[in-house]
Design a protein. Structure first.
Length: 104
């Protein structure tokens, strides 16, 4: 019953282990920003290069963040960023792709 006497030092509802994770938190932030950029720019047909590249990088950083994540809070943010990155990536690919539709 020692856990009942221990004080709860976490400030977040989902940060269950009470430790800081600077690498994982950085990956969450980067993935969310890249996902937002990819998602918003995918709505414009002429910005397919930006949306496809930011979506691809967001998918990679989000996947690595999922691989090393430690708490539910990190996984929640990573899944949101991954979803937005994937939508932006796929719409960017449909609008012209990573290299602008260059046929060699």
């Amino acid at each position: 019953m020692a856990q009942t006497m221990r004080q709860n030092t976490t400030t977040s509802l989902f940060a269950s282990d009470g430790r800081s994770h600077p690498l994982q938190d950085t990956l969450v932030g980067v993935t969310l920003v890249l996902g937002a950029i990819a998602f918003v720019t995918a709505m414009f047909h002429d910005l397919h290069l930006l949306s496809s590249w930011t979506g691809l990088v967001g998918i990679i950083t989000g996947a690595y963040g999922q691989f090393i994540s430690a708490t539910t809070r990190e996984r929640f943010g990573l899944i949101l960023g991954l979803g937005a990155s994937a939508i932006g990536f796929f719409l960017g690919m449909a609008h012209g792709g990573l290299f602008g539709g260059i046929v060699g």
